[in-house]
Design a protein. Structure first.
Length: 371
């Protein structure tokens, strides 16, 4: 198998979209997708030391980060947990350049979390427009930034407020039979998409589990091992990945859009979820959280990513196929959490969430294979 897919993917992204914020009609929107891609570039920069990868991060972030630390297109009072995600790049930018604007922008995002609405037990709402709801996606968007901010700038901060987010999320969304986590939970049990008694959405959406295990892996990399919840979160990662391993497609090694319904008409192998799960496996092994029994399923998954989803253009650019463009719950009648809904969303090539997750997976896997 060819190696250096991380470098080939990053170079393809740089050549195809030198300005991420102009990609496919984003029109300068402060979108969480950019953070997924740029975290892949950050990993590659740390592995290779090549300045062009750092410069790509800086150039794309500088479109948004103003000299006074304000963020173009961002409003804290929207209370959207997705809007925290890009802030993960601010720590490296501040450390490497010393420019105050990056720290000020991180402070601004941190201020959102200080007043972000929560469930009765203290879990962040996914968005103000989605009240009393925990979505698996939100753990990736908010928690790694929150933890790194506390460790970097707020040493007396309560790290348990970060770990609590995972503990509460798993408590309310985990299915006892499969071990998988449902996409979302409504504490009020009033949303049209939720079960009136449990408050749970109906299906196991691949990418939502992908966000969750990536978030766990990223938080466990930062969380001090002596923290009282470290062991609980490590067990949670192993537990969730074990549940996902049971639904890994035996032939291809990757995962379906709706994880537990491979034989349902219209279901398909999906690139972003498969990349995210592969990333979490590889990172879990690197961090010593997963033992050697995980190498075979990880190898199978990684080979599957390349075989199932990657096509090269005539220019040698990496195309990543079969990405679900978007999926959510509520906001409009058709986003009802049914199987039919999840397979109805557009399937596209080179979605940024998928490309970013694929770049992250390649970086972790190739480092593990060729340290």
């Amino acid at each position: 198998m060819e190696t250096n897919w991380a470098i080939r993917t990053a170079n393809s992204i740089m050549e195809r979209t030198p300005e991420l914020f102009e990609h496919r009609g984003y029109n300068g929107k402060w979108s969480y997708d950019f953070g997924v891609v740029l975290k892949g570039f950050e990993r590659l920069w740390k592995l290779t030391g090549e300045a062009k990868y750092f410069n790509y991060i800086r150039n794309n972030m500088d479109y948004f980060i103003q000299q006074d630390g304000t963020i173009r297109g961002y409003r804290a009072d929207e209370y959207n947990i997705d809007h925290i995600n890009n802030g993960k790049l601010l720590f490296t930018l501040h450390k490497e350049t010393g420019e105050a604007k990056y720290k000020q922008a991180a402070d601004l995002l941190r201020s959102q979390l200080k007043t972000h609405p929560r469930t009765s037990e203290g879990a962040f709402w996914h968005k103000q427009i989605y009240p009393y709801q925990i979505w698996l996606d939100g753990l990736y968007m908010g928690s790694p930034f929150y933890l790194e901010y506390l460790l970097t700038y707020e040493q007396d901060g309560d790290l348990s407020d970060v770990t609590r987010q995972f503990i509460l999320c798993e408590k309310h969304t985990r299915d006892a039979e499969t071990g998988l986590l449902f996409h979302a939970w409504d504490e009020q049990r009033v949303q049209p998409w939720c079960h009136p008694e449990t408050g749970l959405s109906e299906n196991f959406w691949g990418r939502s589990l992908g966000w969750f295990v990536m978030a766990l892996a990223d938080v466990l990399e930062l969380l001090p091992e002596e923290h009282e919840d470290y062991g609980s979160l490590a067990d949670m990662l192993r537990r969730t990945l074990s549940a996902l391993r049971a639904f890994q497609d035996k032939e291809s090694g990757v995962w379906y859009q709706v994880l537990n319904k491979p034989d349902h008409k219209g279901n398909y192998l999906e690139a972003s979820a498969s990349s995210m799960i592969t990333y979490a496996m590889a990172k879990g092994i690197r961090l010593g959280l997963l033992d050697d029994s995980w190498r075979a399923p990880m190898d199978h998954a990684y080979a599957g990513l390349i075989a199932e989803f990657v096509l090269l253009t005539k220019q040698g650019w990496v195309n990543l196929n079969k990405n679900c463009m978007v999926a959510g719950l509520g906001g409009e009648d058709r986003r009802d959490g049914t199987f039919a809904y999840y397979i109805s969303e557009p399937i596209i090539t080179n979605d940024l969430k998928g490309l970013g997750a694929f770049l992250l997976a390649c970086g972790e896997y190739e480092h593990l294979s060729h340290p």
